[in-house]
Design a protein around this ligand. Structure first.
Ligand code: DX5
Ligand code: ZN
Length: 216
């Protein structure tokens, strides 16, 4: 069984609470919350206040917060106070990685690191023993609805082997172009958590979409 983390970037923001409730009721174990700053990526999404409202409406959900921002250190505290369960930032950001991980841990939040398609998984090696989750991007971050890049599969395989070799416990997550065709390949390559935006919120029957992915 895979963990499904629907990306709410593809939800209807006019009824965000209801959209999130639907996918949680369908069995999604996380909500993937994509934060974009218009600098690290060429797009702007939503920030702390929206997470705060969502958390108020759905206090028991697991908020898988994916920070596509240049400076995750200064935003760790506000996002974690707003309800982030996992603070998942990019290895390619401009802040000091260790300092940011330390800040997240000190705030009592789970830690995640993400790599873009151009980054080798070996670059994560110094941090792997401190992480609750590693996210492999299978598209260039910034937009939903892009085509899956199969180069992510080798990275998942490497990270899975490394986890085993070192006796570590991080979850492996994949994000971008994950749908009914590509998700089985990701699970086979080692993904534990499937992020899906269009493949869930773009469907008429979102409950069935979540269930299909969760059954993998
Ligand atoms: C892309 C975001 C993704 C995105 C995925 O920058 O990080 O989470 O919403 O959308 P789909 O599943 O449509 O590729
Ligand atoms: Zn994402």
């Amino acid at each position: 069984m895979a963990i499904v983390s629907p990306s709410i970037l593809s939800a209807d923001f006019g009824k965000l609470g209801a959209d999130c409730r639907t996918v949680l009721d369908a069995g999604a174990q996380m909500l993937h919350y994509d934060v974009m700053d218009g600098h690290f990526v060429p797009n702007i999404s939503f920030g702390v206040p929206v997470l705060k409202s969502l958390h108020k409406t759905l206090p028991d959900a697991f908020y898988d917060v994916h920070l596509m921002i240049s400076h995750p250190l200064q935003y760790a505290e506000p996002f974690i106070k707003a309800g982030a369960t996992l603070y998942n930032f990019h290895l390619e950001c401009e802040d000091d990685i260790q300092q940011t991980l330390d800040a997240v841990k000190a705030l009592g939040c789970k830690t995640g690191l993400t790599i873009k398609p151009g980054t080798a998984p070996e670059a994560l090696a110094p941090y792997l023993d401190q992480l609750d989750l590693v996210l492999v991007m299978s598209v260039e971050p910034g937009f939903g609805g892009q085509k899956f890049m199969p180069s992510a599969l080798d990275k998942l395989r490497w990270l899975k082997a490394e986890r085993e070799k070192r006796g570590l416990h991080y979850l492996l997550e994949v994000d971008g172009g994950v749908d009914d065709t590509t998700a089985p390949l990701c699970v086979k390559a080692g993904a534990d958590v499937l992020v899906a935006g269009s493949a869930v919120f773009g469907k008429d029957d979102r409950t069935a979409a979540v269930r299909r992915l969760a059954a993998l």
